[in-house]
Design a protein. Structure first.
Length: 477
């Protein structure tokens, strides 16, 4: 006979059996491991059949699994702490300024070249990468440079600040200590003096089109390795005859000096002997005294065009030490004769646009290496017989825009081109192009320009062109 469900004795037995089963389950559960999930616990069999123990065992199992997972998370968190520390050290991605892969929005970046020209900015764009080699900032409105900003660019070799609004005060101290800078362009600004804090590594400096009026030797002492210095279109010499003596003497490696279009009245003295190219075009120079070079100069190119030089201003000792000079430009001065005492090393001589009226026989007797000779736009009406014959390697001769009445006689047999346009030539002598023992041999002339003259083709002597390669060489019209 079955016992009623509501019997308190049976219920008590069941509860005791259930508590015993729970204790056995807890005792038999394995401990959770970090590397291996815990084994699923098996419930102990109940002594008295009942549905409640099963329900209680499931809850116990869930609690145990939950505890195991919590312990595993804690151990996992402990193992992941070192990566979290490393992650905190890295720079946040929202602050990329000055980093290698950052480019300011005002600029365009191509590798390590940063192009910020023509952007209308009034200061150096913020955040230009520190590894940049070329920084181009021309044609803007930049009027100041942050102090100590540029020295952080340890790889920068080329800095262009042309055509801005920089003054002496705006760049004071800003250029000091840039370790690798080789080329600095500060042309077309508002500077009145040479910066006093130029980098030691500098090799090329352009200060054209400023308001420079003075310079000191101390400024150049900071960059003794300078190779190229351009100071054209300034006010140098204003109020004085020339630059101070030896002001450029610290620049012992200088190769090119450009002082075009200033207000110098004399050629600077005690220039570095290392200079190979010297440009003094468009000044007010009247005299070229000795002492420009104290010793044998390495000068190869000298441009003194568009000045006020006269024959008296060119002294015997003027070019005494320029024994390597190959190109001399004296165009646009006030010379009335071919200068004497020119270096025999000359290969190119430009005397165009002067007041020369005649060429004497011995005018070029010492210039055995001359290849190009310009005598256009003078007042030449007479050339002595054989005046050009002493130039054995002359290739090009320009006598345009003079007042010659005939082609000069005994022109050099090595000539390739001769220009005689815009004269008053009426005749061509038989011994102009073809003379001597080789008068019947083919001439080297490839072009003879005789346009805009007074030649009567009906009276022209054909024998005058007998050594030429054909009449196509000669241009009458």
């Amino acid at each position: 006979m079955t016992q009623p469900r509501g019997d308190p004795v049976s219920d008590k037995v069941v509860e005791n059996d259930t508590e015993l089963a729970v204790r056995q389950n807890k005792a038999s559960l394995p401990q959770p491991r970090v590397t291996k999930p815990p084994a699923r616990p098996q419930p102990a069999p109940a002594k008295t059949p009942s549905t409640r123990p099963t329900k209680i065992n499931r809850n116990s199992k869930n609690k145990t699994v939950r505890k195991s997972k919590d312990k595993k998370r804690k151990k996992d968190n402990k193992t992941q702490k070192p990566p979290e520390t490393k992650k905190n050290v890295t720079t946040p991605t929202h602050f990329p300024f000055f980093l290698d892969n950052y480019c300011p929005p005002e600029c365009a970046c191509y590798g390590r070249v940063v192009q910020c020209s023509d952007k209308g900015v009034d200061k150096v764009p913020y955040g230009i990468p520190y590894n940049a080699r070329y920084i181009l900032l021309m044609n803007n409105y930049i009027n100041s440079i942050q102090l100590d900003l540029l020295k952080e660019y340890v790889s920068m070799e080329f800095l262009v600040l042309s055509n801005n609004r920089l003054t002496d005060g705006a760049i004071e101290g800003a250029l000091e200590g840039i370790p690798a800078l080789k080329r600095l362009y500060l042309d077309r600004n508002l500077l009145v003096s040479v910066p006093a804090d130029l980098p030691l590594s500098l090799e090329e400096l352009r200060l054209d089109n400023n308001h420079l009026g003075v310079m000191s030797e101390a400024a150049w002492a900071r960059c003794p390795g300078l190779l190229v210095l351009s100071l054209s279109n300034n006010s140098l010499g204003n109020g004085s005859e020339s630059l101070p003596n030896a002001v450029l003497s610290p620049l012992r490696k200088l190769r090119t000096l450009n002082v075009n279009h200033n207000q110098l009245t004399m050629v600077p003295r005690v220039l570095p002997l290392s200079i190979k190219e010297l440009y003094l075009k468009g000044n007010l120079i009247e005299q070229f005294r000795g002492g420009a070079f104290n010793g044998i100069s390495e000068l190869v190119v000298l441009d003194l065009s568009v000045n006020r030089l006269t024959n008296k201003g060119l002294l015997r000792e003027s070019l005494l030490n320029t024994t390597h000079l190959e190109s001399l430009n004296l165009e646009g001065n006030r010379l009335k004769q071919v200068p004497r005492h020119l270096p025999c090393s000359l290969k190119t001589l430009n005397l165009e646009g002067n007041l020369i009226a005649s060429i004497k026989k011995a005018a070029f007797s010492t210039l055995k290496n001359l290849e190009h000779l310009g005598l256009a736009r003078n007042k030449i009406f007479k050339v002595a017989l054989g005046a050009f014959r002493t130039l054995p390697v002359l290739h090009q001769l320009d006598l345009c825009h003079n007042t010659l009445r005939q082609v000069p006689r005994h022109l050099p047999q090595g000539l390739h081109t001769v220009a005689l346009t815009h004269n008053r030539i009426q005749s061509v002598p038989r011994d102009a192009f073809c003379w001597g023992n080789n008068s019947l041999s083919p001439s080297r002339l490839i072009q003879v320009q005789l346009e805009h003259n007074l030649i009567d083709m009906g009276k022209l002597d054909a024998q005058a062109f007998r050594c030429l390669r054909g009449f196509q060489v000669v241009h009458f019209y």
